[in-house]
Design a protein around this ligand. Structure first.
Ligand SMILES: Cc1cc2nc3c(=O)[nH]c(=O)nc-3n(C[C@H](O)[C@H](O)[C@H](O)COP(=O)(O)OP(=O)(O)OC[C@H]3O[C@@H](n4cnc5c(N)ncnc54)[C@H](O)[C@@H]3O)c2cc1C
Length: 523
Protein backbone atom coordinates (compact mmCIF):
# COMPACT_ATOMS: atom_id res chain seq x y z
CA UNK A 1 0.00 0.00 0.00
CA UNK A 2 2.78 2.44 0.97
CA UNK A 3 5.77 2.82 -1.31
CA UNK A 4 9.33 2.52 -0.01
CA UNK A 5 9.83 6.28 0.46
CA UNK A 6 6.59 6.69 2.42
CA UNK A 7 7.45 3.68 4.56
CA UNK A 8 10.85 5.13 5.32
CA UNK A 9 9.34 8.51 6.29
CA UNK A 10 6.58 6.94 8.38
CA UNK A 11 9.08 4.67 10.13
CA UNK A 12 11.07 7.68 11.29
CA UNK A 13 7.88 9.44 12.51
CA UNK A 14 6.78 6.32 14.39
CA UNK A 15 10.05 6.31 16.32
CA UNK A 16 8.38 9.07 18.38
CA UNK A 17 5.78 6.61 19.74
CA UNK A 18 5.98 6.18 23.50
CA UNK A 19 3.18 3.69 24.07
CA UNK A 20 1.21 0.95 22.33
CA UNK A 21 -1.20 1.90 19.49
CA UNK A 22 -3.75 -0.62 18.18
CA UNK A 23 -5.25 -0.53 14.71
CA UNK A 24 -8.55 -2.37 14.46
CA UNK A 25 -9.79 -2.82 10.92
CA UNK A 26 -13.38 -3.54 9.87
CA UNK A 27 -13.18 -4.99 6.39
CA UNK A 28 -14.85 -7.23 3.82
CA UNK A 29 -13.45 -8.51 0.55
CA UNK A 30 -13.91 -5.28 -1.44
CA UNK A 31 -10.85 -3.56 -2.93
CA UNK A 32 -11.27 -0.57 -0.59
CA UNK A 33 -11.26 -2.92 2.43
CA UNK A 34 -8.20 -4.77 1.24
CA UNK A 35 -6.37 -1.45 0.80
CA UNK A 36 -7.18 -0.42 4.38
CA UNK A 37 -6.09 -3.79 5.69
CA UNK A 38 -2.85 -3.57 3.75
CA UNK A 39 -2.25 -0.01 5.00
CA UNK A 40 -2.72 -1.12 8.63
CA UNK A 41 -0.32 -4.02 8.11
CA UNK A 42 2.25 -1.76 6.47
CA UNK A 43 2.10 0.63 9.43
CA UNK A 44 2.40 -2.18 11.99
CA UNK A 45 5.41 -3.59 10.14
CA UNK A 46 7.27 -0.33 10.79
CA UNK A 47 7.17 -0.25 14.59
CA UNK A 48 6.67 -2.95 17.26
CA UNK A 49 4.45 -0.56 19.28
CA UNK A 50 1.76 -0.77 16.56
CA UNK A 51 -0.49 -3.84 16.34
CA UNK A 52 -3.31 -4.79 13.92
CA UNK A 53 -6.45 -6.80 14.60
CA UNK A 54 -9.73 -7.40 12.81
CA UNK A 55 -12.99 -6.25 14.34
CA UNK A 56 -16.16 -8.28 14.44
CA UNK A 57 -18.18 -5.31 15.68
CA UNK A 58 -21.06 -5.06 13.21
CA UNK A 59 -21.77 -1.42 14.12
CA UNK A 60 -18.46 -0.28 12.58
CA UNK A 61 -18.49 1.16 9.06
CA UNK A 62 -16.85 -1.04 6.43
CA UNK A 63 -14.14 -0.37 5.45
CA UNK A 64 -12.75 1.45 8.46
CA UNK A 65 -9.78 1.52 10.78
CA UNK A 66 -9.87 2.43 14.46
CA UNK A 67 -6.82 3.90 16.18
CA UNK A 68 -6.89 3.17 19.90
CA UNK A 69 -4.38 3.47 22.71
CA UNK A 70 -3.71 2.78 26.35
CA UNK A 71 -5.52 6.07 27.10
CA UNK A 72 -8.75 4.76 25.53
CA UNK A 73 -8.36 6.89 22.40
CA UNK A 74 -11.12 6.24 19.88
CA UNK A 75 -10.19 7.72 16.49
CA UNK A 76 -11.71 6.14 13.37
CA UNK A 77 -11.08 6.45 9.66
CA UNK A 78 -13.95 5.22 7.46
CA UNK A 79 -12.31 5.05 4.06
CA UNK A 80 -8.67 5.15 3.14
CA UNK A 81 -6.93 8.09 4.83
CA UNK A 82 -4.58 8.86 1.96
CA UNK A 83 -4.31 12.06 -0.11
CA UNK A 84 -4.64 15.12 2.11
CA UNK A 85 -5.75 12.91 5.03
CA UNK A 86 -2.55 10.86 5.31
CA UNK A 87 -1.11 13.49 7.67
CA UNK A 88 -4.27 13.15 9.79
CA UNK A 89 -3.57 9.42 10.12
CA UNK A 90 0.10 9.96 11.02
CA UNK A 91 -0.82 12.56 13.67
CA UNK A 92 -3.56 10.29 15.06
CA UNK A 93 -0.98 7.51 15.48
CA UNK A 94 1.60 9.78 17.10
CA UNK A 95 -0.81 11.57 19.45
CA UNK A 96 -2.48 8.30 20.47
CA UNK A 97 0.97 6.86 21.14
CA UNK A 98 1.98 9.63 23.55
CA UNK A 99 3.89 11.98 21.23
CA UNK A 100 3.27 15.55 22.47
CA UNK A 101 0.90 17.66 20.39
CA UNK A 102 1.28 21.34 19.51
CA UNK A 103 -1.57 22.62 21.70
CA UNK A 104 -1.25 25.16 24.50
CA UNK A 105 -1.64 23.80 28.04
CA UNK A 106 -4.80 25.79 28.86
CA UNK A 107 -6.45 24.52 25.65
CA UNK A 108 -5.52 20.94 26.63
CA UNK A 109 -7.07 21.44 30.05
CA UNK A 110 -10.20 22.86 28.48
CA UNK A 111 -10.49 19.82 26.19
CA UNK A 112 -9.82 17.38 29.04
CA UNK A 113 -12.63 18.95 31.08
CA UNK A 114 -15.30 18.42 28.38
CA UNK A 115 -18.04 16.06 29.49
CA UNK A 116 -19.08 13.35 27.06
CA UNK A 117 -19.98 11.34 25.25
CA UNK A 118 -19.11 13.49 22.24
CA UNK A 119 -19.26 11.47 19.05
CA UNK A 120 -17.99 13.45 16.05
CA UNK A 121 -18.48 12.27 12.46
CA UNK A 122 -16.54 14.29 9.88
CA UNK A 123 -17.49 13.90 6.21
CA UNK A 124 -14.57 14.75 3.95
CA UNK A 125 -13.30 14.34 0.42
CA UNK A 126 -9.72 13.24 -0.11
CA UNK A 127 -9.07 16.23 -2.38
CA UNK A 128 -10.39 18.76 0.17
CA UNK A 129 -7.65 20.93 1.62
CA UNK A 130 -9.83 22.38 4.39
CA UNK A 131 -10.77 18.95 5.72
CA UNK A 132 -7.51 17.75 7.32
CA UNK A 133 -7.38 20.76 9.69
CA UNK A 134 -10.85 19.89 11.01
CA UNK A 135 -10.14 16.15 11.20
CA UNK A 136 -6.82 16.80 12.96
CA UNK A 137 -8.32 19.25 15.48
CA UNK A 138 -11.05 16.79 16.44
CA UNK A 139 -8.63 13.85 16.51
CA UNK A 140 -6.36 15.77 18.89
CA UNK A 141 -9.37 16.32 21.13
CA UNK A 142 -10.09 12.57 21.02
CA UNK A 143 -6.46 11.82 21.89
CA UNK A 144 -6.75 14.09 24.96
CA UNK A 145 -10.22 13.16 26.20
CA UNK A 146 -11.54 9.55 26.10
CA UNK A 147 -15.12 10.91 26.20
CA UNK A 148 -14.55 12.06 22.62
CA UNK A 149 -14.85 9.73 19.61
CA UNK A 150 -14.09 10.84 16.06
CA UNK A 151 -14.74 9.24 12.68
CA UNK A 152 -13.42 10.64 9.42
CA UNK A 153 -15.78 9.50 6.64
CA UNK A 154 -14.77 9.65 2.98
CA UNK A 155 -17.94 10.96 1.31
CA UNK A 156 -16.98 9.42 -2.05
CA UNK A 157 -16.98 5.94 -0.45
CA UNK A 158 -20.05 6.33 1.75
CA UNK A 159 -22.34 7.90 -0.87
CA UNK A 160 -25.53 6.52 0.69
CA UNK A 161 -24.84 8.27 4.00
CA UNK A 162 -23.95 11.46 2.14
CA UNK A 163 -27.27 11.34 0.26
CA UNK A 164 -29.26 10.46 3.41
CA UNK A 165 -27.75 13.36 5.35
CA UNK A 166 -28.01 15.61 2.32
CA UNK A 167 -24.32 16.56 2.52
CA UNK A 168 -23.14 18.79 -0.33
CA UNK A 169 -20.11 20.49 1.18
CA UNK A 170 -17.10 19.19 3.03
CA UNK A 171 -16.01 19.14 5.72
CA UNK A 172 -19.42 18.54 7.34
CA UNK A 173 -19.20 17.71 11.02
CA UNK A 174 -21.92 15.90 12.96
CA UNK A 175 -21.94 15.74 16.75
CA UNK A 176 -24.00 13.00 18.36
CA UNK A 177 -26.00 12.68 15.13
CA UNK A 178 -26.78 16.41 14.65
CA UNK A 179 -25.09 18.81 12.21
CA UNK A 180 -22.43 20.67 14.23
CA UNK A 181 -20.41 22.61 11.62
CA UNK A 182 -19.84 22.94 7.91
CA UNK A 183 -16.66 24.22 6.30
CA UNK A 184 -13.31 24.88 7.89
CA UNK A 185 -13.45 25.26 11.66
CA UNK A 186 -10.44 25.66 13.95
CA UNK A 187 -9.81 23.95 17.28
CA UNK A 188 -10.54 27.24 19.06
CA UNK A 189 -13.86 27.66 17.25
CA UNK A 190 -14.86 24.07 18.05
CA UNK A 191 -14.14 24.71 21.72
CA UNK A 192 -16.08 27.98 21.64
CA UNK A 193 -19.10 26.08 20.31
CA UNK A 194 -18.80 23.33 22.91
CA UNK A 195 -17.91 25.45 25.92
CA UNK A 196 -19.88 28.72 26.01
CA UNK A 197 -17.85 30.06 28.97
CA UNK A 198 -14.63 29.85 26.96
CA UNK A 199 -15.39 32.96 24.83
CA UNK A 200 -15.80 35.09 27.95
CA UNK A 201 -12.56 33.77 29.50
CA UNK A 202 -10.74 34.40 26.24
CA UNK A 203 -12.08 37.94 25.93
CA UNK A 204 -10.93 38.70 29.49
CA UNK A 205 -7.43 37.38 28.77
CA UNK A 206 -7.21 39.50 25.59
CA UNK A 207 -8.35 42.64 27.42
CA UNK A 208 -5.55 42.21 29.94
CA UNK A 209 -2.78 42.14 27.32
CA UNK A 210 -0.37 45.08 27.51
CA UNK A 211 -0.35 47.48 24.53
CA UNK A 212 1.52 46.40 21.39
CA UNK A 213 3.95 48.43 19.33
CA UNK A 214 2.68 46.87 16.09
CA UNK A 215 -0.60 45.01 15.98
CA UNK A 216 -1.17 43.22 12.67
CA UNK A 217 -4.76 42.43 11.70
CA UNK A 218 -4.79 39.42 9.35
CA UNK A 219 -2.67 36.29 9.19
CA UNK A 220 -2.27 35.80 5.42
CA UNK A 221 1.03 36.30 3.56
CA UNK A 222 0.87 40.10 4.04
CA UNK A 223 0.19 39.87 7.79
CA UNK A 224 2.76 37.13 8.41
CA UNK A 225 5.46 39.02 6.54
CA UNK A 226 4.61 42.28 8.35
CA UNK A 227 4.79 40.55 11.74
CA UNK A 228 8.20 39.02 11.01
CA UNK A 229 9.60 42.37 9.89
CA UNK A 230 8.22 44.10 12.99
CA UNK A 231 9.36 41.42 15.47
CA UNK A 232 12.87 41.50 14.00
CA UNK A 233 13.07 45.12 15.14
CA UNK A 234 12.64 43.86 18.70
CA UNK A 235 9.32 45.63 19.24
CA UNK A 236 6.18 44.15 20.81
CA UNK A 237 4.26 42.55 17.94
CA UNK A 238 0.93 40.77 17.76
CA UNK A 239 -1.21 39.20 15.03
CA UNK A 240 -4.99 39.07 15.28
CA UNK A 241 -6.39 36.73 12.63
CA UNK A 242 -9.74 35.25 11.93
CA UNK A 243 -7.99 32.37 10.13
CA UNK A 244 -4.20 32.22 10.06
CA UNK A 245 -3.06 31.49 6.50
CA UNK A 246 -5.84 33.40 4.71
CA UNK A 247 -6.61 32.58 1.09
CA UNK A 248 -3.45 30.52 0.74
CA UNK A 249 -5.16 27.79 2.76
CA UNK A 250 -7.67 27.44 -0.10
CA UNK A 251 -5.02 27.25 -2.79
CA UNK A 252 -4.12 23.95 -4.36
CA UNK A 253 -1.01 24.45 -6.48
CA UNK A 254 1.29 27.44 -6.19
CA UNK A 255 3.88 27.65 -8.94
CA UNK A 256 4.76 31.34 -8.92
CA UNK A 257 6.16 31.85 -5.44
CA UNK A 258 9.62 32.77 -6.61
CA UNK A 259 12.41 30.43 -5.43
CA UNK A 260 9.94 27.59 -4.72
CA UNK A 261 9.15 25.83 -8.00
CA UNK A 262 5.92 24.26 -6.79
CA UNK A 263 4.12 23.98 -3.48
CA UNK A 264 0.64 23.65 -1.98
CA UNK A 265 -1.26 26.26 0.01
CA UNK A 266 -1.44 24.48 3.39
CA UNK A 267 2.27 23.60 3.12
CA UNK A 268 3.18 27.23 2.52
CA UNK A 269 0.95 28.30 5.45
CA UNK A 270 2.71 25.79 7.74
CA UNK A 271 6.09 27.30 6.77
CA UNK A 272 4.72 30.82 7.26
CA UNK A 273 3.51 29.95 10.75
CA UNK A 274 6.78 28.25 11.63
CA UNK A 275 8.68 31.33 10.48
CA UNK A 276 6.45 33.73 12.46
CA UNK A 277 6.80 31.54 15.57
CA UNK A 278 10.61 31.86 15.33
CA UNK A 279 10.06 35.36 16.73
CA UNK A 280 8.23 36.76 19.73
CA UNK A 281 4.94 37.34 17.99
CA UNK A 282 1.73 37.00 19.97
CA UNK A 283 -0.55 35.10 17.53
CA UNK A 284 -4.22 35.56 18.41
CA UNK A 285 -5.88 33.20 15.94
CA UNK A 286 -9.65 32.75 15.60
CA UNK A 287 -10.28 36.41 16.47
CA UNK A 288 -12.34 38.76 14.34
CA UNK A 289 -11.66 42.51 14.40
CA UNK A 290 -14.87 44.52 14.43
CA UNK A 291 -13.84 48.16 14.83
CA UNK A 292 -10.78 50.38 14.95
CA UNK A 293 -10.47 53.68 16.82
CA UNK A 294 -7.73 56.23 16.24
CA UNK A 295 -5.34 57.22 19.02
CA UNK A 296 -7.41 60.42 19.47
CA UNK A 297 -10.56 58.42 20.23
CA UNK A 298 -9.11 55.22 21.70
CA UNK A 299 -7.95 54.22 25.18
CA UNK A 300 -4.96 56.03 26.78
CA UNK A 301 -3.85 57.60 23.50
CA UNK A 302 -3.38 54.17 21.85
CA UNK A 303 -5.10 52.97 18.70
CA UNK A 304 -7.82 50.55 19.83
CA UNK A 305 -8.95 47.42 18.05
CA UNK A 306 -12.27 45.97 19.12
CA UNK A 307 -12.89 42.26 18.59
CA UNK A 308 -16.21 40.50 18.08
CA UNK A 309 -15.96 38.79 21.47
CA UNK A 310 -15.99 42.18 23.21
CA UNK A 311 -12.23 42.41 23.89
CA UNK A 312 -10.24 45.56 23.07
CA UNK A 313 -6.55 45.44 22.13
CA UNK A 314 -4.34 48.53 22.25
CA UNK A 315 -1.37 49.38 20.08
CA UNK A 316 0.90 52.25 19.10
CA UNK A 317 0.51 51.27 15.44
CA UNK A 318 -1.81 48.91 13.57
CA UNK A 319 -1.20 47.14 10.28
CA UNK A 320 -4.32 46.09 8.38
CA UNK A 321 -3.87 42.96 6.21
CA UNK A 322 -7.37 41.50 6.17
CA UNK A 323 -7.19 40.36 2.53
CA UNK A 324 -10.19 39.37 0.49
CA UNK A 325 -12.82 36.63 0.16
CA UNK A 326 -14.93 34.98 -2.59
CA UNK A 327 -17.45 37.32 -4.21
CA UNK A 328 -21.04 36.09 -4.05
CA UNK A 329 -23.59 36.24 -6.91
CA UNK A 330 -26.24 38.02 -4.79
CA UNK A 331 -29.13 36.33 -6.56
CA UNK A 332 -32.25 34.75 -5.02
CA UNK A 333 -31.58 31.21 -3.77
CA UNK A 334 -27.81 31.63 -3.33
CA UNK A 335 -27.87 31.86 0.48
CA UNK A 336 -30.71 29.33 0.86
CA UNK A 337 -28.78 26.70 -1.12
CA UNK A 338 -25.28 27.55 0.13
CA UNK A 339 -23.63 24.19 0.94
CA UNK A 340 -26.68 22.51 -0.57
CA UNK A 341 -25.37 22.74 -4.11
CA UNK A 342 -24.00 26.30 -4.17
CA UNK A 343 -20.25 25.99 -3.58
CA UNK A 344 -17.18 28.20 -3.78
CA UNK A 345 -14.33 25.68 -3.53
CA UNK A 346 -14.11 23.25 -6.47
CA UNK A 347 -11.14 21.37 -4.98
CA UNK A 348 -13.07 20.74 -1.77
CA UNK A 349 -16.60 20.01 -2.92
CA UNK A 350 -16.08 18.78 -6.50
CA UNK A 351 -15.97 15.05 -5.56
CA UNK A 352 -19.46 15.31 -3.98
CA UNK A 353 -20.88 16.02 -7.44
CA UNK A 354 -19.32 12.96 -9.07
CA UNK A 355 -21.22 12.00 -12.22
CA UNK A 356 -23.63 14.96 -11.93
CA UNK A 357 -24.09 18.09 -14.05
CA UNK A 358 -22.72 21.32 -12.57
CA UNK A 359 -22.17 24.94 -13.58
CA UNK A 360 -19.25 27.27 -12.98
CA UNK A 361 -20.14 30.94 -12.76
CA UNK A 362 -17.34 33.12 -14.12
CA UNK A 363 -15.03 32.79 -17.10
CA UNK A 364 -11.85 34.24 -15.60
CA UNK A 365 -8.76 32.19 -14.74
CA UNK A 366 -10.25 30.72 -11.56
CA UNK A 367 -13.56 29.85 -13.31
CA UNK A 368 -11.91 28.09 -16.25
CA UNK A 369 -9.39 26.35 -13.96
CA UNK A 370 -12.33 25.14 -11.86
CA UNK A 371 -14.17 23.89 -14.96
CA UNK A 372 -11.12 21.93 -16.14
CA UNK A 373 -10.65 20.48 -12.67
CA UNK A 374 -14.32 19.51 -12.31
CA UNK A 375 -14.59 18.06 -15.83
CA UNK A 376 -12.65 14.98 -14.71
CA UNK A 377 -15.13 14.21 -11.91
CA UNK A 378 -18.59 15.43 -12.86
CA UNK A 379 -20.87 14.53 -15.77
CA UNK A 380 -20.73 17.97 -17.41
CA UNK A 381 -19.71 21.54 -16.64
CA UNK A 382 -21.52 24.57 -18.03
CA UNK A 383 -19.49 27.77 -17.69
CA UNK A 384 -21.58 30.96 -17.56
CA UNK A 385 -19.75 34.19 -18.36
CA UNK A 386 -21.44 37.59 -18.10
CA UNK A 387 -19.27 39.27 -20.79
CA UNK A 388 -19.10 38.40 -24.47
CA UNK A 389 -15.67 36.75 -24.13
CA UNK A 390 -13.86 34.69 -21.52
CA UNK A 391 -11.31 36.58 -19.43
CA UNK A 392 -9.08 33.56 -18.72
CA UNK A 393 -5.59 33.02 -20.17
CA UNK A 394 -5.70 31.56 -23.70
CA UNK A 395 -3.84 28.41 -22.61
CA UNK A 396 -6.68 27.63 -20.14
CA UNK A 397 -9.40 28.44 -22.68
CA UNK A 398 -7.74 26.08 -25.20
CA UNK A 399 -7.62 23.32 -22.59
CA UNK A 400 -11.29 23.85 -21.66
CA UNK A 401 -12.31 23.81 -25.33
CA UNK A 402 -10.49 20.50 -25.80
CA UNK A 403 -12.67 18.77 -23.15
CA UNK A 404 -15.99 17.58 -24.53
CA UNK A 405 -17.94 17.81 -21.27
CA UNK A 406 -17.31 21.56 -20.80
CA UNK A 407 -19.88 23.88 -22.42
CA UNK A 408 -19.25 27.61 -22.37
CA UNK A 409 -22.06 30.18 -22.55
CA UNK A 410 -21.09 33.85 -22.81
CA UNK A 411 -23.40 36.88 -22.37
CA UNK A 412 -25.17 34.98 -19.60
CA UNK A 413 -26.35 36.73 -16.43
CA UNK A 414 -27.18 34.33 -13.62
CA UNK A 415 -30.49 35.43 -12.10
CA UNK A 416 -31.65 32.68 -9.72
CA UNK A 417 -30.68 29.46 -7.96
CA UNK A 418 -33.55 26.99 -8.02
CA UNK A 419 -33.96 24.05 -5.63
CA UNK A 420 -36.45 21.61 -4.18
CA UNK A 421 -36.08 22.90 -0.62
CA UNK A 422 -33.30 20.40 0.12
CA UNK A 423 -30.82 20.88 -2.72
CA UNK A 424 -30.09 22.78 -5.92
CA UNK A 425 -31.92 21.44 -8.96
CA UNK A 426 -31.45 24.18 -11.56
CA UNK A 427 -30.08 27.57 -12.39
CA UNK A 428 -31.85 30.39 -14.16
CA UNK A 429 -30.00 32.89 -16.34
CA UNK A 430 -30.77 35.72 -18.72
CA UNK A 431 -29.39 35.44 -22.23
CA UNK A 432 -28.05 39.00 -22.58
CA UNK A 433 -28.19 38.78 -26.41
CA UNK A 434 -31.87 37.88 -26.71
CA UNK A 435 -33.14 38.97 -23.28
CA UNK A 436 -34.71 35.49 -22.85
CA UNK A 437 -34.73 33.74 -19.47
CA UNK A 438 -33.34 30.19 -19.64
CA UNK A 439 -32.90 27.32 -17.18
CA UNK A 440 -30.23 24.66 -16.82
CA UNK A 441 -30.94 21.52 -14.82
CA UNK A 442 -27.99 20.74 -12.58
CA UNK A 443 -26.88 19.57 -9.14
CA UNK A 444 -24.12 22.04 -8.27
CA UNK A 445 -23.11 25.64 -8.90
CA UNK A 446 -19.49 26.69 -8.34
CA UNK A 447 -19.20 30.46 -7.99
CA UNK A 448 -15.87 31.86 -9.28
CA UNK A 449 -16.45 35.57 -9.87
CA UNK A 450 -13.57 37.15 -8.06
CA UNK A 451 -12.90 38.58 -4.66
CA UNK A 452 -14.13 41.36 -2.37
CA UNK A 453 -11.87 43.13 0.16
CA UNK A 454 -12.55 42.38 3.84
CA UNK A 455 -13.19 45.98 4.84
CA UNK A 456 -16.88 46.19 5.78
CA UNK A 457 -15.84 46.57 9.41
CA UNK A 458 -13.74 49.65 8.56
CA UNK A 459 -16.58 51.66 6.99
CA UNK A 460 -17.06 54.88 8.94
CA UNK A 461 -13.94 54.24 11.08
CA UNK A 462 -11.89 57.02 9.50
CA UNK A 463 -9.70 54.65 7.42
CA UNK A 464 -10.31 55.84 3.87
CA UNK A 465 -11.56 53.24 1.38
CA UNK A 466 -11.71 53.37 -2.43
CA UNK A 467 -14.96 53.01 -4.40
CA UNK A 468 -14.26 49.25 -4.54
CA UNK A 469 -13.89 49.10 -0.77
CA UNK A 470 -10.10 48.71 -0.81
CA UNK A 471 -7.94 50.58 1.71
CA UNK A 472 -6.23 53.62 0.16
CA UNK A 473 -2.49 53.43 0.91
CA UNK A 474 0.52 55.64 0.30
CA UNK A 475 4.05 54.65 -0.73
CA UNK A 476 4.96 53.35 2.75
CA UNK A 477 1.65 51.55 3.22
CA UNK A 478 0.27 54.40 5.34
CA UNK A 479 -3.51 54.91 5.48
CA UNK A 480 -5.54 58.04 6.23
CA UNK A 481 -5.51 57.22 9.99
CA UNK A 482 -2.32 58.19 11.84
CA UNK A 483 -0.29 55.13 12.87
CA UNK A 484 -2.44 52.76 10.80
CA UNK A 485 -0.81 50.99 7.84
CA UNK A 486 -2.17 48.42 5.39
CA UNK A 487 -0.86 45.78 2.98
CA UNK A 488 -1.89 42.96 0.65
CA UNK A 489 -5.13 42.16 -1.15
CA UNK A 490 -7.15 44.49 1.09
CA UNK A 491 -5.43 47.57 -0.34
CA UNK A 492 -5.63 49.54 -3.59
CA UNK A 493 -2.24 48.08 -4.65
CA UNK A 494 -2.94 46.22 -7.93
CA UNK A 495 -2.24 42.54 -8.72
CA UNK A 496 -3.37 40.30 -5.90
CA UNK A 497 -0.61 37.73 -5.48
CA UNK A 498 1.19 36.03 -2.60
CA UNK A 499 4.61 37.43 -3.38
CA UNK A 500 3.19 40.93 -3.79
CA UNK A 501 1.25 40.66 -0.50
CA UNK A 502 4.43 39.56 1.30
CA UNK A 503 6.48 42.39 -0.18
CA UNK A 504 3.79 44.93 0.67
CA UNK A 505 3.52 43.50 4.20
CA UNK A 506 7.27 43.95 4.71
CA UNK A 507 7.12 47.48 3.30
CA UNK A 508 4.16 48.57 5.44
CA UNK A 509 5.82 47.06 8.51
CA UNK A 510 8.96 49.11 7.89
CA UNK A 511 6.64 52.09 7.32
CA UNK A 512 5.09 51.46 10.74
CA UNK A 513 8.53 51.17 12.36
CA UNK A 514 9.57 54.43 10.74
CA UNK A 515 6.41 56.03 12.17
CA UNK A 516 7.08 54.60 15.65
CA UNK A 517 10.61 55.92 15.92
CA UNK A 518 9.33 59.40 15.09
CA UNK A 519 6.38 59.26 17.46
CA UNK A 520 6.85 59.83 21.19
CA UNK A 521 6.04 56.84 23.44
CA UNK A 522 2.85 57.33 25.49
CA UNK A 523 3.37 58.11 29.11
C1 LIG B 1 -8.08 29.77 -4.92
C2 LIG B 1 -6.96 30.78 -4.94
C3 LIG B 1 -5.78 30.49 -5.60
C4 LIG B 1 -4.74 31.41 -5.60
N1 LIG B 1 -3.57 31.06 -6.23
C5 LIG B 1 -2.50 31.89 -6.17
C6 LIG B 1 -1.24 31.51 -6.73
O1 LIG B 1 -1.09 30.42 -7.28
N2 LIG B 1 -0.21 32.39 -6.62
C7 LIG B 1 -0.33 33.62 -6.03
O2 LIG B 1 0.66 34.36 -5.94
N3 LIG B 1 -1.51 34.00 -5.48
C8 LIG B 1 -2.59 33.17 -5.54
N4 LIG B 1 -3.80 33.56 -4.98
C9 LIG B 1 -3.90 34.91 -4.40
C10 LIG B 1 -3.25 34.96 -3.01
O3 LIG B 1 -3.74 33.89 -2.22
C11 LIG B 1 -3.54 36.30 -2.34
O4 LIG B 1 -3.06 37.33 -3.15
C12 LIG B 1 -2.87 36.40 -0.96
O5 LIG B 1 -3.29 35.36 -0.11
C13 LIG B 1 -3.20 37.73 -0.31
O6 LIG B 1 -2.64 37.77 0.96
P1 LIG B 1 -3.20 38.73 2.10
O7 LIG B 1 -2.36 38.46 3.30
O8 LIG B 1 -3.29 40.09 1.59
O9 LIG B 1 -4.71 38.30 2.35
P2 LIG B 1 -5.40 36.92 2.72
O10 LIG B 1 -4.61 35.77 2.24
O11 LIG B 1 -6.80 37.07 2.24
O12 LIG B 1 -5.40 36.90 4.32
C14 LIG B 1 -6.26 37.74 5.05
C15 LIG B 1 -6.16 37.45 6.54
O13 LIG B 1 -6.96 38.37 7.27
C16 LIG B 1 -7.84 37.68 8.14
N5 LIG B 1 -9.02 38.52 8.37
C17 LIG B 1 -9.94 38.97 7.48
N6 LIG B 1 -10.83 39.78 8.08
C18 LIG B 1 -10.46 39.84 9.39
C19 LIG B 1 -10.97 40.52 10.52
N7 LIG B 1 -12.02 41.35 10.44
N8 LIG B 1 -10.35 40.34 11.71
C20 LIG B 1 -9.27 39.53 11.82
N9 LIG B 1 -8.73 38.88 10.77
C21 LIG B 1 -9.32 39.04 9.57
C22 LIG B 1 -8.08 36.37 7.42
O14 LIG B 1 -8.58 35.39 8.32
C23 LIG B 1 -6.66 36.08 6.94
O15 LIG B 1 -5.88 35.59 8.00
C24 LIG B 1 -4.86 32.66 -4.96
C25 LIG B 1 -6.06 32.96 -4.30
C26 LIG B 1 -7.10 32.04 -4.28
C27 LIG B 1 -8.36 32.35 -3.53
Amino acid sequence: MLDATMKQQLKSYLENLKSQVDLTVSVDDSDASQNIYKLAQDIASLNPLVSVSESNNSSQRIPSMKVSSVNDTNINFAGLPMGHEFTSLVLALLHSGGHPMKVEDDTKQQIAALAGPLNFEIYISLSCQNCPEVVQALNMMAAINPNITTTMIDGALFQEEVTQRNIMAVPSVYLNGELFAQGRISLKEILKKLDSGSAQKESQALNEKPAFDVLVVGGGPAGASAAIYAARKGIRTGIVADRFGGQVLDTMAIENFISVKATQGPKLVASLEEHVREYEVDIMDGQLAQNIMSSDQGADGYISLQLDNGATLKSRSVLLATGARWREMNVPGEQEYRNKGVAYCPHCDGPLFKGKPVAVIGGGNSGIEAAIDLAGIVESVTVLEFADTLRADQVLIDKANSLNNIHIITMAQTTKVIGDGERVTALEYKDRNSGDTKQITLAGIFVQIGLVPNTEWLKGSGVELSGRGEIEVGVKGETSMAGVFAAGDVTTVPFKQIIIAMGEGAKASLGAFDYLIRTPVKA
